[in-house]
Design a protein around this ligand. Structure first.
Ligand SMILES: Cc1cc2nc3c(=O)[nH]c(=O)nc-3n(C[C@H](O)[C@H](O)[C@H](O)COP(=O)(O)O)c2cc1C
Length: 161
């Protein structure tokens, strides 16, 4: 898949087949996150890869559908860095594209995670000075949602707004 095909094919996937994702692919996905742009090269991130079903079940507080995921990557950030949200977001987008490129579905889950940050901190032994930015449930997609994007001509401005 070329880069533009990967970008265009990426969708938020919330339905997965009951199939596992090999550890080598999960490593490749996290490696794509690690390679993201990062303010002042601080790299203020850690990635927790969860494959234990019992733990993944506990994540359903952020969405019942998450139980279907073969793996969940939890993105942990150091808020000491001024750019921690931007850096984490860049890493997440890289990982979502890596998932698409490798043939997996995934979803950026943040809004449904933040209200439960303390629970995830305690479940996953995350230090109190680190923030949970998002989690990415990953698996083989069993849905193919259509994109619902604004048309290019609505958002592209040449020379002036
Ligand atoms: C910052 C951010 C937070 C998000 N939080 C959630 C979430 O909590 N739960 C969820 O199901 N999807 C979440 N999403 C996924 C969006 O709903 C999805 O990206 C959007 O509907 C566009 O669909 P697409 O990703 O298929 O293009 C989030 C996406 C972003 C970028």
């Amino acid at each position: 898949m070329d880069i533009f095909e990967t970008i265009n094919n990426r969708r938020s996937i919330r339905r997965f087949k009951d199939e596992s994702v090999p550890k080598t692919d999960l490593e490749k996905i996290v490696d794509a996150g690690r390679m993201a742009a990062t303010g002042s090269n601080r790299q203020p991130w850690d990635f927790i890869v969860v494959t234990e079903k019992a733990m993944i079940k506990q994540f359903t507080i952020s969405g019942a559908w998450i139980v279907q995921a073969a793996a969940v990557i939890v993105v942990v950030m150091d808020p000491d860095s001024r750019w921690w949200v931007e850096d984490g977001s860049a890493a997440i987008q890289n990982m979502l594209l890596a998932c698409t490129g490798l043939g997996y579905g995934a979803c950026w889950v943040e809004g449904d995670v933040l209200p439960h940050e303390d629970l995830f901190r305690s479940l996953l032994n995350i230090p109190p000075n680190k923030n949970v930015l998002a989690m990415l449930p990953i698996g083989i997609a069993s849905e193919t949602p259509a994109p619902t994007k604004k048309p290019l001509e609505q958002v592209l401005h040449w020379d002036k707004y």
